[in-house]
Design a protein around this ligand. Sequence first.
Ligand SMILES: Nc1nc2c(ncn2[C@@H]2O[C@H](COP(=O)(O)OP(=O)(O)O)[C@@H](O)[C@H]2O)c(=O)[nH]1
Ligand SMILES: [Mg+2]
Ligand SMILES: [Zn+2]
Length: 340
Amino acid sequence: MRAQVYKIHSDFYYVKPLDTEGELIECKLREILKKQKIKIKTGDFVEVENNAIYNLLERKNTVDRPAVSNLDMVVVVSSLLEPEIDFIQLNRYLTFFKYHKIDVLLCFNKDDLMNEKELIEIKNIIKNIYEPLGYKIIFTSALYNDGLEKFFNLIKNKTIAFSGLSGVGKSSILNALTNGNIKTGNVSLKNKRGCHTTRHCEIIEFKGTKIIDTPGFSRLTFDFLLPKDLDILFDDIYHFAKNCKYQDCLHTNNDEDCNVIKNSDKINKERYESYLKFLQEAKEYKQKVTYESQKEEGTSKFFQEKTFAKISSKKRSYSRKKINQTTKNLHLKEIGEKDD
Ligand SMILES: Nc1nc2c(ncn2[C@@H]2O[C@H](COP(=O)(O)OP(=O)(O)O)[C@@H](O)[C@H]2O)c(=O)[nH]1
Ligand SMILES: [Mg+2]
Ligand SMILES: [Zn+2]
């Protein structure tokens, strides 16, 4: 039987059979999946037999932190004021989701806090940057129920999650959309009052839309890709980068011949600034990985020369394993902006 994972609590997986109306079924993992070190995430489609998951079906997309799969769309919420739009942070989300092949809906909330003139101005700025990049954009006020119908039409029958800095109105939008009819652990207004916050992901259904309640996409530092792999995630920069005559160009220097630099007046300033910032993170990541593996190698060579001891093949493979581990740890390192 095919099913989708709705939530996970320690060793228990709660799945819903596909194509049938049914309650969640409590399952365990088959040993074979554990042996293969396959991590099942909320949103995964799986095959189940006798209350045990024995196979993971192909994923449309997947994120490790939070552990979710198969998102049709992430709603990236910003507020126009209180707090003001943080364009670099916004670009960070967009780049991250593009890397993970997840569609984004851009939602700008609290439009009630601006007067008409300011609103027209900011809408133009936003549309000029993000419409050419292919993003759908909506403006809302959770407080006055503005734009929520349009919002709901865009997420109808999709599997979505919310993302955005704390205080921009994610919980308020969700509450307004559903008239407070669904309870979420992570996005709930309750959290503000200091109630228990779950750190789990869970699918909640509302009128055919599946909302994955997550603790937030919070570790969005670009410490998982190589510097040269960043430009392709910026459509506006890649448009010029792909014609850059330098093969390994990172488009940062003042070389007049870099096609990106030549056309920098056609790229939004914050977009390019974001690119440079993330590039720096990717460079630091690369440096650390290189340094850590060199250090490892250096130590074993030193050991070898000083003692003339023959390193057993076991030890060598251990050392190599350790290098991989170090790389992995760096990969998993927790830095980055806090999402809600
Ligand atoms: N003026 C105004 N305030 C809002 C709106 N949406 C949310 N807020 C307020 O912004 C604050 C943060 O909202 P909340 O939903 O908790 O944000 P979250 O942290 O993203 O979930 C709360 O005080 C809300 O009442 C809005 O559309 N307009
Ligand atoms: Mg909230
Ligand atoms: Zn270049």
